[in-house]
Each structure stands twice: as structure tokens, then as C-alpha cells.
Write a protein of this length. Structure first.
Length: 245
């Protein structure tokens, strides 16, 4: 699988490792991860680590945390190949444990910066992209670190097949406005919300993550955003009304 050539390396912010892994999870990192690791070559090629069920249907989750959402989707949709990108080793180990316990064959992992993969994947190669509760980087001087911005939104539009879906979630209202400002103005996307419940209530096929549960316990209200990739060459249409306030 080949796409655009890789761009220059860019700094990756955030933690790479937390508490010490258990012996079992360390063994999974050493033995299972190499078999599931996605590799991006210097020539822009993407290696999914051998045959994978659903290879012709790809979903990507960026920053999968402990992996509960990605593993749930993989169990529910064995006909789809799931790529999860997460630089935090403890989160990778958590997903590996779920893969091992459930015998999931349709998951592949990028345990590092997702941006080279976004550069390398071919146009219209993904059915769905999910970015759920990424770091909001609340300080003004750090906002340039936010993953979802106008540049990455354009990249998501390139990668999504016609009719594909971009799912975003956050529990910080400032971050909601930031995400909307990045994605909504692009003619390549149509926001699917038609009523407040569409962004206030999590869809049935979107399981709760531990981060969402923690946010609710602490009194923060999550917002769920879904955008549909407008078919290439389609005339522009009016944006839906409403605002997630």
C-alpha cells in the first residue's frame, strides 16, 4: 500500500510511558506487538504486518487510550480492518491484552506518531476516522499542539472515501469550538447533526470509554461530533443549523 511520500519528522508531545507494565503485558508488547505493528516506509509505503481480515475496508482510530472503543468496534465489525494509533505504551499494552483475550484478528497498531501514516495512506483509503477525547492542550500557548486542526482536517478529507465518517469527541467546550472551526468550514465535510441530541448523546455504536466515564464523574459534559465525507465532485450544499453549545 503506497500513498504520498513522508514529510519531515515533527515533534511528538505527550507521555510515551506510564507505570511499569505487568509481566503479561510486557510479554505482549515484546511478542504480539511486532506481529501487529503498522510500519511506514521511507518511500511512503504502508505495511499492515501481513494479511488482515477486512483489508479492503479500513477504519483508523487516533489516540485509542486503553483500547476499549477500538476493541469493541473490532469485535462488532470483524469484516473491517481496524488501525489504532497510540504513542502511549501503557495504552498499547492495554489494547494488546484485549486483542489477546478476545482473539481479535482484524486489528493493527501504530505505536507512535500517526502523522507519517496520515501522509502515506492513499487517498480515499479509509471508511472511518475516529479521534476520541484527544488532549485538549488547554493553555493558549499549547493549542498549536492540538491534533485536530485545519491542516489535519484537510488530511482527513483526503483519506476518507466518499461517504466516509469522521468522529470526534471532547469534554472541553473550547476544544469543541476549535474542532468545529477546523472541520465545519471545509466543503469536503457535512456535519450530520440535525438536533442537539445528535451531539449531546453518544450513538449506540459508540461505546463509552473510561475517559468519558471519568469526565462525567467529574462533572464535564462530553460532546460527540460526526461529519460525513462529501462525495468528490458533488456541488456544495448548505451546512446544517445548530451549534454544540
Amino acid at each position: 500500500m503506497t500513498g504520498r511520500p513522508r514529510g519531515p519528522d515533527r515533534k511528538l508531545h505527550g507521555r510515551r510511558k506510564g507505570h511499569r507494565l505487568s509481566a503479561r503485558r510486557q510479554a505482549l508488547v515484546e511478542n504480539l506487538l511486532p506481529r501487529l505493528r503498522v510500519a511506514v516506509g521511507a518511500d511512503g509505503s504502508v505495511d499492515l504486518g501481513g494479511p488482515v481480515p477486512g483489508r479492503d475496508r479500513l477504519w483508523l482510530e487516533i489516540g485509542f487510550g486503553a483500547g476499549e472503543h477500538l476493541a469493541w468496534q473490532a469485535r462488532a465489525r470483524p469484516e473491517v480492518a481496524m488501525i489504532g494509533a497510540e504513542p502511549f505504551l501503557n495504552g498499547v499494552a492495554g489494547l494488546l491484552a484485549r486483542i489477546d483475550e478476545d482473539g481479535l484478528a482484524n486489528v493493527r497498531i501504530l505505536d507512535g506518531d500517526v502523522r507519517p501514516l496520515l501522509d502515506a495512506l492513499p487517498e480515499a483509503s479509509l471508511e472511518r476516522i475516529a479521534v476520541l477525547f484527544p488532549d485538549p492542550w488547554p493553555k493558549a500557548r499549547h493549542r498549536k499542539r492540538r491534533l485536530v486542526n485545519r491542516e489535519t482536517a484537510r488530511g482527513f478529507a483526503r483519506l476518507l472515501a466518499d461517504g466516509g465518517e469522521l468522529r470526534l469527541a471532547t469534554d472541553a467546550m473550547d476544544h469543541v469550538r476549535w474542532m468545529m472551526a477546523a472541520v465545519w468550514p471545509l466543503a469536503d465535510f457535512a456535519w450530520t447533526a440535525r438536533r442537539p441530541a445528535d451531539w449531546r448523546e453518544r450513538p449506540a455504536d459508540w461505546p463509552e470509554t473510561r475517559y468519558e466515564a471519568k469526565a462525567r464523574r467529574q462533572g464535564r459534559t462530553p460532546v460527540f461530533l460526526a461529519f460525513r465525507r462529501v462525495p468528490r465532485g458533488a456541488p456544495p450544499s448548505g451546512a446544517p443549523g445548530g451549534s454544540p453549545e
